[in-house]
Ligand binder design. Structure first.
Ligand code: 26W
Length: 826
């Protein structure tokens, strides 16, 4: 694909959809693409040739999609996201093209095992967690639904760090995902876009009108890299366009002129640093200059690209809202708002009001958090230095907005101060969520509870001011990757039960409900779980040398390590079970054997999170080897949890841990993946757990903990965690055991920060919810002993979770926010 605008008929045909057609093409790629013979080809050569062969099958569809879209002049969704956590591409492309069997057979005829080649692919980990994975699910759904969408983001050279453990402590390694070749990307340096930074602004007289121009100090080039986003067996391929920073010619000249050649070459990398590395912070933005550079870099490229390359040449920008909606994935791309204003007002010379009217219709904002510390603010000093014109534009937007508010609420000074986009304390800064809310046509949260709290707690003045602007779209996950691809055995069972249509119409899972009462079906369902556990066991052995005990309940908590998610609550439960066993209070043969599996990365600078990882590993080392436990409890923590590991871990799980403090987890999406794969949830009334429980039913969900309004009350009454410690013997003994150094070779200092945080601060009410959690876990144990009852619940979890397809989320966005249409084949 070379030219966005091209609408000529491309004489491109896919290779034959047959074993012979595939083998011929594969060998051609191996010989002419990789330059090796089969006899000499490494696994990596074979993988690269395979990837290129598979993408050839997608190419004609991609070109045809572009042509159709151009002809239809339809409205497109431009999803602006600083993160896309895509996962491996090969398998997804294979299921999208229905090539899996052909490829398996074709490779086998050459003596090659498809599974071996799959393992070669390093997933593009261009995201931190939920928000990045959601973006990947959404672009998958839009392609599958034939809705025109272009995903815009950053091609980080280093994605999320690779996590290793040294003596149980997290050590980060760089993620070199590009080092062995990147067969899924299409670079287009000829479509590079310049992006400017720094400098100053000046006004000038433009035939009697005073105008402003920005005189930037330096610039970089954004090089687009295109990725295919194949729809599921629908002949459609959308585009994900990620930007990579390069030094510009002008930039080169300026520094090369100084005569310091070697320094000049080195300085060039300064520009290229912009897309060098993904910030591994999750939920706590650090306000770093490079991060703001990244944000502006990718949105400036994206808007320029859409306006100049995607739209027809003679396009009247007044009609922009009919052709585009820029969806802001959290506040990270919000600088796009003043950028579009700058283009319209400074470059196109429109009136301010005219430009603002169009801009307000082109953006919508999704908020993904409730933690106050996760709401991005940029110091005015920094913003003004890096983007002086944008800061002026933000000031003007704020002035106009506050003038409007003052008219509606005369004399209400406090309200103006509360609603100002510019915060004065602790330092003058721009509240990006407020800017997004003022500029966006719609603002949405990501689960019912979250959207309600967003209205009532985070943006109350704004929701009072614009009640209709606020809406909810509950998150979803793509059934292609998280059921069809990740769980082939369950997929086959479901297809047997309800036919193949469920993959693109997930509510059809409902038709399975009656089968929960069918003993034979339950038997088959258990066989699927057992098979998936074997598959997980084999992977963990290969990957980490971990062996899982046979016939154990698999209890899984996988998500970023964050205090609000409360991995410590889970640890306290494990330690307490262990303590009760070794003290003789609990007979280990009286409870179902359990494997506690963790997966979690901690932000490298987040000390407490790293401590908690150390604690989990150290508890595991003791519990797993104590003979008194008799194998009743096993803790496993495979390092480097990522999308690829999730695909094997989630289908094997019996129990899903969703135990955040009520009111803190915006939605969660792992919770949905587990339910769809037949795990039961133990969870608080938080995020999308609320909706999961409503749908699957209370009898098939283990609810515990304070409800959100109760959390408020407990905190307001002056929460004292030490009281729970003193009053609850089980809790006290668990904490005392950690404090004693039992998990640190007797060293009491190692985990002292965790203990003292729990006893004296406990921001996330771990101790307050402990008893309720333990009781819920007792209900889990009892339920698990009733094998038939448990299986029935698991089947009902699958059957009733169709709502959590990201296809449904996309229809909701289309209805409530985008008003875009699918483009169907003509
Ligand atoms: C570095 C700054 C920063 C700040 C916030 C980075 C990343 C964030 C995100 C908002 C964190 C995130 O991923 N949020 C998650 O979004 C998911 C998708 O909507 C939700 O399911 C999770 O509940 C929410 O934590």
């Amino acid at each position: 694909m070379t030219e966005n605008r091209a609408n000529g008929t491309a004489p491109v045909t896919a290779p034959q959809h047959s074993v012979e057609g595939f083998v011929k093409e594969f060998l051609r790629e191996l010989h002419f693409g990789q330059g090796v013979t089969l006899a000499r080809a490494s696994d990596n050569d074979q993988y690269l040739a395979l990837a290129r062969t598979v993408r050839e099958y997608l190419m004609a569809r991609w070109l045809e999609t572009l042509r159709r879209q151009f002809d239809a002049q339809a409205k497109s969704v431009a999803y602006l996201s600083a993160e896309y956590l895509l996962g491996r591409q090969l398998d997804n492309a294979l299921i999208a093209t229905d090539l899996t069997e052909i490829v398996e057979e074709g490779l086998a005829s050459l003596g090659i095992d498809l599974a071996t080649l799959r393992e070669q692919e390093v997933e593009p980990g261009l995201g931190n967690g939920g928000l990045g994975r959601l973006a990947a699910c959404f672009v998958d759904s839009l392609a599958t639904m034939s809705v025109p969408c272009i995903g815009y983001g950053i091609r980080y050279e280093y994605g999320i760090f690779r996590q290793t453990f040294v003596d149980g402590w997290q050590v980060e390694q760089p993620d070199t995902w590009l080092s062995l070749g990147a067969p899924w990307e299409f670079p287009h340096p000829e479509h590079s876009v310049p992006v400017h930074f720094g400098g100053h602004t000046e006004t000038y007289d433009d035939g009697g009108v005073e105008r402003t121009r920005w005189v930037p100090a330096w610039d970089v080039l954004g090089v687009p890299y295109n990725y295919m986003v194949p729809g599921y067996q629908n002949g459609r391929v959308n585009t994900l366009r990620l930007w990579s920073a390069r030094a510009t010619k002008a930039f080169d000249l300026q520094i090369f002129n100084s005569g310091e050649y070697v320094d000049a070459v080195r300085a060039q990398t300064f520009a290229e640093n912009i897309s060098k590395v993904l910030y591994p912070e999750d939920s706590t933005p650090q306000g770093k200059e490079l991060r703001l550079q990244q944000q502006y870099f990718f949105v400036a490229c994206s808007i320029r690209d859409f306006v100049e390359n995607v739209l027809p040449e003679d396009f009247d920008l007044h009609d922009l809202p009919e052709r585009i909606i820029f969806q802001l994935n959290d506040t990270h791309p919000v600088i796009a708002v003043p950028e579009l204003m700058r283009i319209l007002v400074d470059e196109k010379k429109w009136d301010w009001d005219e430009a603002w009217a169009v801009t307000q219709k082109c953006f919508a904002y999704t908020c993904h958090t409730l933690l106050p510390e996760a709401l991005e603010v940029w110091p005015v000093e920094l913003l003004g230095r890096l983007l002086p014109r944008h800061l002026e534009i933000i000031y003007r937007i704020n002035d106009d907005f506050l003038a409007e508010v003052a008219q509606r609420f005369p004399g209400d000074e406090l309200r103006l101060r509360r609603m100002s986009i510019i915060a004065e304390h602790p330092e003058r800064s721009v509240r990006m969520a407020y800017l997004a809310t003022v500029a966006g046509a719609k603002v949405n949260g990501v689960a019912e509870l979250h959207s309600q709290l967003l209205r009532d707690k985070v943006l109350p003045d704004f929701s009072e001011y614009w009640p209709d602007k606020f809406t909810n779209v509950t998150n979803g996950v793509t059934p292609r990757r998280f059921v069809r691809l990740a769980n082939p055995a369950l997929s086959e069972l479901i297809t047997d039960a309800v036919g193949p249509g469920w993959v693109t119409d997930l509510e059809r899972l409902r038709e399975m409900e009656p089968l929960a009462d069918d003993a034979e079906f339950r038997e088959r369902f258990r066989a699927v779980k057992a098979h998936n556990k074997d598959r997980l066991n084999a992977l963990l052995q290969r990957r980490d040398g971990i062996t899982l005990p046979a016939d154990a309940m698999l209890d899984v908590m996988v998500k970023r390590l964050h205090e609000y998610k409360r991995q410590t609550l889970k640890v306290l439960h494990i330690v307490s079970q262990y303590e009760r066993i070794v003290s003789g209070e609990l007979d280990p043969t009286s409870i179902p054997r359990r494997v506690f599996a963790f997966g979690a990365k901690a932000a490298p600078g987040y000390k407490m999170a790293k401590q908690i990882i150390g604690l989990i590993n150290h508890v595991g080392a003791v519990v797993n080897t104590d003979p008194r436990v008799q194998g009743a409890l096993t803790v496993v923590f495979p390092p480097n949890y990522n999308v690829t590991l999730a695909e094997t871990l989630i289908p094997a799980a019996d129990l899903s841990e969703q135990i955040s403090l009520a009111g803190k987890e915006a939605s969660g999406t792992g919770n949905m993946k587990f339910a769809l794969n037949g795990a039961l949830t133990i969870g608080t009334d938080d995020g999308a757990n609320v909706e999961i429980r409503q749908l699957v039913g209370d009898d098939h969900f283990f609810l515990f903990g304070l409800l959100e309004p109760q959390v408020e009350q407990v905190v307001a009454a002056g929460y004292e965690p030490s009281r729970y410690y003193e009053e609850n013997r089980t809790l006290r003994r668990a904490i005392d055991l950690i404090a004693s150094g039992a998990f640190a070779n007797g060293d009491r200092k190692v985990f002292e920060p965790i203990v003292s945080n729990l006893l004296h601060e406990d921001r996330f009410l771990v101790l307050a919810d402990f008893q309720s959690y333990v009781e819920a876990q007792e209900r889990v144990d009892a339920a698990y002993l009733d094998t038939e009852g448990w299986t029935r619940s698991a089947i009902l979890n699958v059957a009733r979770s169709g709502f959590f397809s990201s296809d449904r989320s996309m229809w909701d966005y289309i209805d409530r926010i985008w008003h875009a249409q699918p483009v169907v084949a003509r």
